[in-house]
Design a protein around this ligand. Structure first.
Ligand code: SF4
Length: 177
């Protein structure tokens, strides 16, 4: 299938791109992450993504950095703990954009790297993905990427590639001590 992969950063994406290609899919990456703050950190993650996509020869689409819109999408949930309601809104905002783009660009399916993280609620992410897939008439690949040593492999590739590895999820609220 032609799969549009929402990728949050190069360290999370490397293993997922591998796995999708091994399953025979034609993968393109969509970097749509207006949640990332500050802009300097966004630029750093994007630069790493571009470098790795070029190395693999994987097409990369770069979305808008509309951080103010993203802030509006999570308003009222700023004080939620990581993995809570704010994150659910954040997943919804990003995956809705990816699903729409996948439909516009003629992809068969979409997926996200988000479930490679041991800190993220895979069932919530996959529920959102499946609902959007139904709405847009697409397939959503609901593999929980951290399973079967996926997370371990992603850490190994990150080390080999000397990726920049951030120590917080992305938004300003996830940077709080
Ligand atoms: S902690 Fe991560 S997933 Fe949750 S709202 Fe912030 S950027 Fe989004």
């Amino acid at each position: 299938m032609k799969v549009l992969l929402h990728d949050c950063c190069a360290p999370c994406g490397a293993q997922v791109i591998n796995a999708l290609q091994q399953d025979g899919h034609a993968v393109a990456v969509y970097f749509y992450n207006p949640n990332i703050f500050p802009r300097k950190e966004y630029d750093l993650r994007l630069a790493e993504m571009k470098r790795y996509a070029e190395k693999l020869g994987v097409p990369l689409i770069v979305g808008k950095y509309e951080h103010d819109e993203w802030l509006d999408s999570v308003r009222g949930f700023e004080n939620e703990p990581e993995g809570g309601k704010r994150c659910e809104k954040c997943f919804q905002k990003r995956l809705a954009e990816v699903a729409q783009k996948a439909q516009e660009e003629g992809f068969d399916a979409f997926a996200t790297t988000l479930t490679i993280s041991p800190h993220k609620p895979a069932e919530v992410i996959n529920k959102i993905g499946k609902e959007l897939a139904d709405f847009y008439g697409l397939k959503f690949i609901d593999t929980i990427w951290r399973k079967n040593e996926g997370y371990k492999k992603s850490c190994e590739i990150s080390q080999e590639e000397h990726f920049h590895r951030q120590n917080y999820c992305g938004c300003e609220y996830s940077k709080r001590p």
